[in-house]
Ligand binder design. Structure first.
Ligand SMILES: [Zn+2]
Length: 66
């Protein structure tokens, strides 16, 4: 399933933040100030936490709880 940025519509590998259920890429999120907004936990913008990019196996080793 391919992600598309909710702001610019471009395909991306990984969302930086979520606006509700809409993923936003790192570039748009930074430009729109959503990174800072997500840190404030205002309720609608959530950070998408990725500890290490391009190492998906590590996500399992880190014990992601769903
Ligand atoms: Zn975008």
């Amino acid at each position: 399933m391919r992600l598309h940025c909710a702001l610019c519509g471009r395909p991306m590998n990984q969302a930086a933040v979520m606006i509700g259920a809409m993923p936003v890429g790192p570039t748009c999120a930074r430009k729109a100030g959503l990174i800072e907004l997500s840190k404030r936990k205002s309720g609608l913008v959530f950070p998408v936490t990725v500890k290490r990019e391009s190492r998906t196996l590590d996500l399992f080793e880190d014990g992601v709880v769903e």
